[in-house]
Design a protein around this ligand. Structure first.
Ligand code: MG
Length: 343
Protein backbone atom coordinates (compact mmCIF):
# COMPACT_ATOMS: atom_id res chain seq x y z
CA UNK A 1 0.00 0.00 0.00
CA UNK A 2 1.40 3.36 -0.94
CA UNK A 3 1.70 5.85 1.87
CA UNK A 4 1.24 9.56 2.16
CA UNK A 5 4.28 11.77 1.97
CA UNK A 6 3.86 14.69 4.37
CA UNK A 7 5.59 18.07 4.22
CA UNK A 8 5.11 21.46 5.78
CA UNK A 9 6.63 24.90 5.64
CA UNK A 10 6.09 28.22 7.38
CA UNK A 11 5.33 31.06 4.98
CA UNK A 12 5.10 34.58 6.43
CA UNK A 13 2.05 36.15 4.80
CA UNK A 14 2.74 39.83 4.32
CA UNK A 15 -0.05 42.31 4.90
CA UNK A 16 -0.42 44.98 2.22
CA UNK A 17 -0.78 47.47 5.08
CA UNK A 18 -0.05 47.15 8.78
CA UNK A 19 -3.20 45.59 10.25
CA UNK A 20 -4.43 47.07 13.52
CA UNK A 21 -7.32 46.01 15.74
CA UNK A 22 -8.15 47.04 19.32
CA UNK A 23 -5.64 44.47 20.69
CA UNK A 24 -2.59 45.42 18.59
CA UNK A 25 -0.89 45.57 15.17
CA UNK A 26 0.79 43.15 12.77
CA UNK A 27 2.55 43.44 9.42
CA UNK A 28 2.98 39.73 8.68
CA UNK A 29 1.67 36.42 9.99
CA UNK A 30 3.58 33.13 9.91
CA UNK A 31 1.08 30.58 8.58
CA UNK A 32 1.97 26.91 8.26
CA UNK A 33 1.28 25.18 4.95
CA UNK A 34 0.89 21.41 4.96
CA UNK A 35 1.00 19.16 1.90
CA UNK A 36 0.16 15.48 1.73
CA UNK A 37 0.89 13.48 -1.42
CA UNK A 38 -0.16 10.00 -2.51
CA UNK A 39 -0.65 8.46 -5.96
CA UNK A 40 0.73 11.63 -7.55
CA UNK A 41 -2.03 13.77 -5.98
CA UNK A 42 -1.22 16.52 -3.47
CA UNK A 43 -3.69 17.94 -0.97
CA UNK A 44 -2.95 21.21 0.80
CA UNK A 45 -3.88 22.53 4.23
CA UNK A 46 -3.15 25.78 6.02
CA UNK A 47 -2.91 26.70 9.68
CA UNK A 48 -3.36 30.35 10.65
CA UNK A 49 -2.39 30.28 14.34
CA UNK A 50 -3.66 33.27 16.32
CA UNK A 51 -2.10 34.47 19.56
CA UNK A 52 -5.53 35.49 20.94
CA UNK A 53 -6.12 31.73 21.21
CA UNK A 54 -2.58 31.03 22.44
CA UNK A 55 -1.47 29.45 19.16
CA UNK A 56 1.80 30.01 17.26
CA UNK A 57 3.51 28.54 14.18
CA UNK A 58 5.87 26.65 16.52
CA UNK A 59 2.96 25.01 18.29
CA UNK A 60 1.42 24.05 14.92
CA UNK A 61 4.69 22.38 13.89
CA UNK A 62 4.97 20.59 17.26
CA UNK A 63 1.47 19.25 16.68
CA UNK A 64 2.28 18.08 13.15
CA UNK A 65 5.47 16.40 14.37
CA UNK A 66 3.46 14.56 17.02
CA UNK A 67 0.99 13.06 14.52
CA UNK A 68 1.08 9.26 14.75
CA UNK A 69 3.08 7.48 12.04
CA UNK A 70 0.84 6.69 9.06
CA UNK A 71 -1.99 8.89 10.38
CA UNK A 72 -3.44 9.63 6.92
CA UNK A 73 -3.01 6.15 5.50
CA UNK A 74 -6.16 4.55 6.91
CA UNK A 75 -8.52 7.51 6.49
CA UNK A 76 -11.41 6.93 4.08
CA UNK A 77 -13.91 9.73 4.76
CA UNK A 78 -14.19 13.29 5.99
CA UNK A 79 -16.20 12.17 9.03
CA UNK A 80 -13.49 9.64 9.86
CA UNK A 81 -10.61 12.14 9.82
CA UNK A 82 -12.67 14.58 11.90
CA UNK A 83 -13.34 11.85 14.48
CA UNK A 84 -9.71 10.70 14.50
CA UNK A 85 -8.55 14.27 15.13
CA UNK A 86 -11.16 14.69 17.85
CA UNK A 87 -9.88 11.71 19.83
CA UNK A 88 -6.14 12.31 19.25
CA UNK A 89 -4.45 13.26 22.48
CA UNK A 90 -1.63 15.59 21.48
CA UNK A 91 -0.61 18.30 23.91
CA UNK A 92 -0.88 21.19 23.45
CA UNK A 93 -4.07 20.88 21.43
CA UNK A 94 -3.76 23.23 18.44
CA UNK A 95 -7.01 23.89 16.57
CA UNK A 96 -5.36 25.58 13.58
CA UNK A 97 -3.07 22.54 13.12
CA UNK A 98 -6.09 20.24 13.17
CA UNK A 99 -7.85 22.46 10.65
CA UNK A 100 -4.82 22.22 8.33
CA UNK A 101 -4.64 18.42 8.66
CA UNK A 102 -8.32 17.87 7.88
CA UNK A 103 -8.21 20.49 5.09
CA UNK A 104 -5.24 18.79 3.41
CA UNK A 105 -6.94 15.41 3.49
CA UNK A 106 -10.21 16.81 2.12
CA UNK A 107 -8.38 18.64 -0.67
CA UNK A 108 -6.57 15.39 -1.51
CA UNK A 109 -9.83 13.41 -1.37
CA UNK A 110 -11.67 15.82 -3.71
CA UNK A 111 -8.75 15.77 -6.13
CA UNK A 112 -8.62 11.97 -6.06
CA UNK A 113 -12.34 11.94 -6.93
CA UNK A 114 -11.74 14.66 -9.57
CA UNK A 115 -14.58 16.70 -8.04
CA UNK A 116 -14.74 20.04 -6.27
CA UNK A 117 -15.59 19.67 -2.59
CA UNK A 118 -18.60 21.92 -2.94
CA UNK A 119 -20.15 19.31 -5.24
CA UNK A 120 -19.08 16.37 -3.10
CA UNK A 121 -20.75 18.10 -0.15
CA UNK A 122 -24.02 18.40 -2.06
CA UNK A 123 -24.13 22.12 -2.84
CA UNK A 124 -25.87 23.13 -6.07
CA UNK A 125 -23.78 26.25 -6.68
CA UNK A 126 -20.34 27.44 -5.56
CA UNK A 127 -21.61 30.95 -4.73
CA UNK A 128 -21.54 32.16 -1.12
CA UNK A 129 -22.78 35.32 0.60
CA UNK A 130 -21.30 38.78 0.10
CA UNK A 131 -18.02 39.09 1.95
CA UNK A 132 -17.13 42.16 3.93
CA UNK A 133 -13.76 43.80 3.36
CA UNK A 134 -11.96 44.79 6.56
CA UNK A 135 -10.65 48.26 7.23
CA UNK A 136 -8.10 48.05 10.06
CA UNK A 137 -7.74 50.77 12.67
CA UNK A 138 -5.79 53.83 11.62
CA UNK A 139 -6.09 57.60 11.61
CA UNK A 140 -9.47 58.73 10.23
CA UNK A 141 -7.69 60.07 7.10
CA UNK A 142 -5.93 56.73 6.48
CA UNK A 143 -9.17 54.83 7.04
CA UNK A 144 -10.83 57.08 4.46
CA UNK A 145 -8.00 56.30 2.02
CA UNK A 146 -8.39 52.57 2.65
CA UNK A 147 -12.14 52.80 1.90
CA UNK A 148 -11.47 54.67 -1.35
CA UNK A 149 -8.87 52.06 -2.35
CA UNK A 150 -11.40 49.26 -1.70
CA UNK A 151 -14.17 50.80 -3.79
CA UNK A 152 -15.09 47.46 -5.44
CA UNK A 153 -16.43 45.94 -2.20
CA UNK A 154 -20.10 46.48 -1.28
CA UNK A 155 -19.76 46.18 2.51
CA UNK A 156 -16.92 47.05 4.85
CA UNK A 157 -16.02 45.65 8.23
CA UNK A 158 -14.75 48.46 10.41
CA UNK A 159 -12.51 47.66 13.33
CA UNK A 160 -13.48 49.75 16.36
CA UNK A 161 -13.17 49.40 20.13
CA UNK A 162 -11.17 52.59 20.67
CA UNK A 163 -11.82 55.82 22.50
CA UNK A 164 -12.32 57.57 19.13
CA UNK A 165 -14.91 55.30 17.52
CA UNK A 166 -17.38 58.06 16.74
CA UNK A 167 -14.74 60.18 15.04
CA UNK A 168 -13.74 57.18 12.88
CA UNK A 169 -17.33 56.43 11.79
CA UNK A 170 -18.02 60.07 11.01
CA UNK A 171 -14.88 60.20 8.85
CA UNK A 172 -15.96 57.03 7.04
CA UNK A 173 -19.43 58.41 6.47
CA UNK A 174 -17.83 61.41 4.76
CA UNK A 175 -16.54 59.06 2.02
CA UNK A 176 -19.11 56.26 1.75
CA UNK A 177 -22.74 55.44 2.55
CA UNK A 178 -22.31 51.68 1.97
CA UNK A 179 -23.41 49.33 4.77
CA UNK A 180 -20.85 48.72 7.49
CA UNK A 181 -20.24 45.86 9.90
CA UNK A 182 -18.51 46.92 13.08
CA UNK A 183 -16.07 44.70 14.98
CA UNK A 184 -15.19 46.02 18.43
CA UNK A 185 -12.90 43.03 19.16
CA UNK A 186 -13.89 43.10 22.88
CA UNK A 187 -12.92 46.78 23.03
CA UNK A 188 -15.96 48.20 24.86
CA UNK A 189 -15.37 47.23 28.45
CA UNK A 190 -18.56 48.36 30.20
CA UNK A 191 -22.23 47.88 29.40
CA UNK A 192 -22.70 51.63 29.50
CA UNK A 193 -19.95 52.20 26.90
CA UNK A 194 -21.24 49.42 24.64
CA UNK A 195 -24.78 50.86 24.77
CA UNK A 196 -23.61 54.33 23.99
CA UNK A 197 -21.58 53.20 20.99
CA UNK A 198 -24.31 50.92 19.62
CA UNK A 199 -26.93 53.61 20.02
CA UNK A 200 -24.86 55.92 17.85
CA UNK A 201 -24.01 53.17 15.34
CA UNK A 202 -27.67 52.21 14.93
CA UNK A 203 -28.20 55.47 13.03
CA UNK A 204 -25.19 54.87 10.73
CA UNK A 205 -26.35 52.12 8.33
CA UNK A 206 -24.53 49.45 10.35
CA UNK A 207 -25.60 45.84 9.68
CA UNK A 208 -24.24 44.22 12.82
CA UNK A 209 -21.86 44.53 15.74
CA UNK A 210 -19.23 41.88 16.29
CA UNK A 211 -17.93 41.10 19.79
CA UNK A 212 -18.87 44.35 21.51
CA UNK A 213 -17.50 43.35 24.92
CA UNK A 214 -14.81 41.04 26.34
CA UNK A 215 -15.77 37.36 26.08
CA UNK A 216 -15.54 37.05 29.88
CA UNK A 217 -18.38 39.59 30.26
CA UNK A 218 -21.01 37.11 29.10
CA UNK A 219 -23.73 38.19 31.56
CA UNK A 220 -23.36 41.81 30.53
CA UNK A 221 -23.70 40.81 26.90
CA UNK A 222 -26.94 39.02 27.73
CA UNK A 223 -28.22 42.38 29.01
CA UNK A 224 -26.92 44.06 25.87
CA UNK A 225 -28.81 41.68 23.60
CA UNK A 226 -32.12 42.39 25.37
CA UNK A 227 -31.74 46.01 24.41
CA UNK A 228 -29.61 46.16 21.26
CA UNK A 229 -31.25 47.61 18.14
CA UNK A 230 -28.51 45.96 16.04
CA UNK A 231 -27.72 42.23 15.70
CA UNK A 232 -24.75 41.08 17.80
CA UNK A 233 -22.22 38.52 16.57
CA UNK A 234 -20.10 36.26 18.79
CA UNK A 235 -16.51 35.92 17.65
CA UNK A 236 -14.15 35.76 20.65
CA UNK A 237 -17.18 34.46 22.63
CA UNK A 238 -17.61 31.50 20.29
CA UNK A 239 -14.64 29.23 19.69
CA UNK A 240 -16.33 25.94 18.85
CA UNK A 241 -17.39 23.90 21.89
CA UNK A 242 -19.67 26.42 23.61
CA UNK A 243 -23.30 25.59 24.29
CA UNK A 244 -25.14 27.25 21.41
CA UNK A 245 -28.40 27.64 23.34
CA UNK A 246 -26.47 29.71 25.89
CA UNK A 247 -24.70 31.69 23.18
CA UNK A 248 -28.09 32.55 21.70
CA UNK A 249 -29.00 34.33 24.96
CA UNK A 250 -26.32 36.95 24.28
CA UNK A 251 -25.95 36.94 20.49
CA UNK A 252 -27.94 36.80 17.25
CA UNK A 253 -25.07 35.51 15.11
CA UNK A 254 -22.02 33.27 15.60
CA UNK A 255 -18.78 33.86 13.74
CA UNK A 256 -17.30 30.46 12.90
CA UNK A 257 -13.64 30.45 11.95
CA UNK A 258 -11.91 27.26 10.94
CA UNK A 259 -8.82 28.24 12.89
CA UNK A 260 -10.87 28.45 16.10
CA UNK A 261 -13.07 25.38 15.64
CA UNK A 262 -10.39 23.20 14.01
CA UNK A 263 -12.60 21.18 11.64
CA UNK A 264 -14.71 21.65 8.52
CA UNK A 265 -16.87 18.66 9.41
CA UNK A 266 -17.53 19.97 12.92
CA UNK A 267 -18.17 23.49 11.60
CA UNK A 268 -20.75 22.14 9.20
CA UNK A 269 -22.58 20.38 12.04
CA UNK A 270 -22.43 23.53 14.17
CA UNK A 271 -23.99 25.56 11.32
CA UNK A 272 -26.95 23.15 11.27
CA UNK A 273 -27.36 23.26 15.05
CA UNK A 274 -27.08 27.07 15.11
CA UNK A 275 -29.78 27.42 12.45
CA UNK A 276 -32.09 25.11 14.41
CA UNK A 277 -31.69 27.45 17.40
CA UNK A 278 -32.44 30.54 15.33
CA UNK A 279 -28.84 31.78 15.33
CA UNK A 280 -27.48 33.16 12.09
CA UNK A 281 -23.98 32.21 10.97
CA UNK A 282 -21.04 34.20 9.72
CA UNK A 283 -17.97 32.45 8.36
CA UNK A 284 -14.91 34.48 9.23
CA UNK A 285 -11.18 34.05 8.90
CA UNK A 286 -7.82 34.99 10.32
CA UNK A 287 -5.15 36.44 8.03
CA UNK A 288 -5.01 33.50 5.63
CA UNK A 289 -4.22 32.72 2.01
CA UNK A 290 -6.80 31.73 -0.62
CA UNK A 291 -6.28 28.13 0.50
CA UNK A 292 -7.78 28.37 3.99
CA UNK A 293 -10.28 30.93 2.75
CA UNK A 294 -11.49 28.45 0.11
CA UNK A 295 -12.22 26.07 2.98
CA UNK A 296 -14.07 28.94 4.68
CA UNK A 297 -15.93 29.67 1.44
CA UNK A 298 -17.06 26.04 1.34
CA UNK A 299 -18.68 26.51 4.77
CA UNK A 300 -20.04 29.92 3.81
CA UNK A 301 -22.25 28.26 1.15
CA UNK A 302 -24.54 27.40 4.10
CA UNK A 303 -24.11 30.67 6.03
CA UNK A 304 -25.86 34.05 6.09
CA UNK A 305 -22.68 36.16 6.23
CA UNK A 306 -19.12 35.86 4.98
CA UNK A 307 -16.08 37.70 6.21
CA UNK A 308 -13.50 35.99 4.05
CA UNK A 309 -11.09 38.73 3.12
CA UNK A 310 -7.82 37.48 4.67
CA UNK A 311 -6.39 36.61 1.25
CA UNK A 312 -7.39 40.03 -0.10
CA UNK A 313 -5.36 41.78 2.61
CA UNK A 314 -2.02 40.09 1.85
CA UNK A 315 0.52 40.80 -0.90
CA UNK A 316 1.93 37.27 -1.26
CA UNK A 317 -1.10 34.99 -1.60
CA UNK A 318 0.31 31.49 -1.97
CA UNK A 319 -2.79 30.14 -3.75
CA UNK A 320 -5.17 31.42 -6.43
CA UNK A 321 -8.57 30.74 -8.07
CA UNK A 322 -10.80 31.77 -5.16
CA UNK A 323 -12.88 34.59 -6.60
CA UNK A 324 -14.92 37.48 -5.28
CA UNK A 325 -17.41 38.51 -8.00
CA UNK A 326 -18.55 42.04 -8.84
CA UNK A 327 -21.37 41.79 -6.28
CA UNK A 328 -18.81 40.95 -3.57
CA UNK A 329 -19.88 37.28 -3.34
CA UNK A 330 -17.25 34.63 -2.69
CA UNK A 331 -17.11 32.01 -5.45
CA UNK A 332 -15.33 28.67 -5.41
CA UNK A 333 -13.87 27.35 -8.65
CA UNK A 334 -14.74 24.15 -10.52
CA UNK A 335 -11.27 22.76 -9.89
CA UNK A 336 -11.20 19.53 -7.86
CA UNK A 337 -10.71 19.55 -4.09
CA UNK A 338 -10.82 22.97 -2.48
CA UNK A 339 -10.55 24.48 -5.95
CA UNK A 340 -7.37 26.50 -5.49
CA UNK A 341 -4.02 26.31 -7.25
CA UNK A 342 -0.61 26.67 -5.65
CA UNK A 343 1.04 29.83 -7.04
MG1 MG B 1 -13.89 39.52 14.93
Amino acid sequence: MSRFEINWEVIPLKLKEVFTISRGSKSEVPNVFLSITKNGITGYGEAGPNTRYDETADKVIQYLEALPEGFFDSISSADEIATELEVLKISPNVQSAKAAIEMAWMDWWGKSKEQPLWKLWGNDLPVGPVTSYTIGLDTPEKMQQKIRAADQYPVYKIKLGTDRDREIIEAIRDVTDKPLRVDANEGWTTLEQARKEIEFLSSQNVELIEQPMPAKEFDQMKELKKWSPLPLAADESFIGDENLAQISEAFHIINIKLMKIGSLVKARNVIKEAHQLGLEVMIGCMIESSLANAAGALLALDAEYADLDGHLLISNDTFSELQVNKDGKVILSNLPGLGVDRN
